[in-house]
Each structure stands twice: as structure tokens, then as C-alpha cells.
Design a protein around this ligand. Structure first.
Ligand code: ZN
Length: 198
């Protein structure tokens, strides 16, 4: 005999598909939702559907936004000739929190990983190369200091070198394998200011 009726079991199963949600958390969330007011559950589900329908890639930097251009790319006071390459929108958010970076970004949505079968065509690299045909003065590589992040930085550096664009990489004060989003703002700022020429 099943412990839960099929409707609850289905809800637990769906919630359990989310990253970081194990079966215990899924059960806890499912019961929480059942006990919520119906209007609150409706608002939650509608918010999720709307976000899914309206959030897309910025057509310049490929971060997630609900406009054609994200607020950073749309900001004329930012220096559009300096592009910082990050792996994901969370890394972008981490650098934005320092409040000191005035350039724009390019979000790769991943990193090259031969082990996981993720190649250059699986991340937003073609899109970066396309952007570099414009008037660009510096490319700052700020991929994670994991093996994948380093591989990606090296790959991009080799690809971009012939264009003559200045390429720098954030200083290696950032812990190896550490996700950028967990690093404090002071460390990030130091890494940015101490960036080295490639
Ligand atoms: Zn953008």
C-alpha cells in the first residue's frame, strides 16, 4: 500500500525533481503547499509560469532578463568596450554586488568540460566571438578557478589572441574550485583589480 494518496505522491515527485531537493524536503514542501491558502498556491504557480514564459536571454550578454536587453547592457553609462566573461548569471550578480565594475558582461552558461562531454559549442562562445567583432578594448576572463573554468579561459584566450584585443584574467586569489557566487565582495574586487594580462 502506498503511504500517500496519488495526488500528494505526484506533488512530492515533482518537487523532488528540483535541484537540491531530496525526498524529505520534497515531502516537507508538499505538505506546506497543501496547507497554504489556495490563492497563495495559485499566485506561486502563476509566478513560475510567467517567469518561464517571459524570462529570456539578453540579446547582447546572454544573461537572463525579461527585456530584449538586460539593465546592464541597456545602461549607456557602462563601458561597453570592456567585457567580463562569466559562467552563469549568478557569477554576474556576484560581481555586480561589488558595485565597482563598470564594464559589461558575457554569460557563457556553463564551462567546457571534456569529462562531462560539454564542448565549446555547448556554451555561448560563438556569441562571444560575434560580439568581439565590435569595438572592444578588453576581455576579462572571470570563469571559475575549477578545472573546467580554467580550460574554458585557456580556450577563449587562444581563440581571441589573434584579434589583438587585450585579454586579462581575474587574479587567482579566488579559491580553487570555489563557485564565484560564494566568494565575498572584497575578495572578488581584489581579484578583479589584480587581474593579469594573458
Ligand atoms: Zn545584457
Amino acid at each position: 500500500m502506498e503511504v500517500y494518496s496519488s495526488e500528494i505522491a505526484k506533488l512530492i515527485e515533482e518537487l523532488g525533481r528540483l535541484p537540491g531537493i531530496g525526498s524529505k524536503s520534497a515531502q516537507r514542501l508538499a505538505f506546506h503547499i497543501i496547507n497554504m491558502k489556495e490563492e497563495d498556491v495559485r499566485r506561486l504557480s502563476e509566478t513560475m509560469v510567467h517567469a518561464k514564459q517571459n524570462v529570456r536571454y539578453c540579446k547582447e550578454c546572454y544573461t537572463l532578463t525579461d527585456q530584449e536587453l538586460c539593465p546592464i547592457c541597456a545602461n549607456e553609462r557602462r563601458n561597453h568596450k570592456v567585457i567580463m566573461v562569466v559562467e552563469n548569471p549568478r557569477d554576474l550578480a556576484a560581481y555586480e554586488k561589488t558595485g565597482k565594475y563598470e564594464g559589461v558582461y558575457h554569460v557563457l552558461h556553463g564551462a567546457i568540460s571534456p569529462m562531462l562531454g560539454i564542448g565549446p559549442n555547448d556554451i555561448k562562445l560563438k556569441e562571444l566571438m560575434h560580439r568581439l567583432q565590435g569595438d572592444i578594448e578588453e576581455l576579462i576572463l572571470a570563469t571559475n578557478s575549477s578545472l573546467e573554468g580554467e580550460t574554458t579561459a585557456m580556450y577563449i584566450s587562444k581563440l581571441v589572441k589573434p584579434t589583438g584585443i587585450r585579454i586579462t584574467q581575474i587574479a587567482s586569489g579566488v579559491p580553487v574550485g570555489g563557485d564565484l557566487e560564494y566568494i565575498d565582495e572584497v575578495t572578488l574586487l581584489r581579484a578583479l583589480e589584480g587581474r593579469v594580462e594573458l
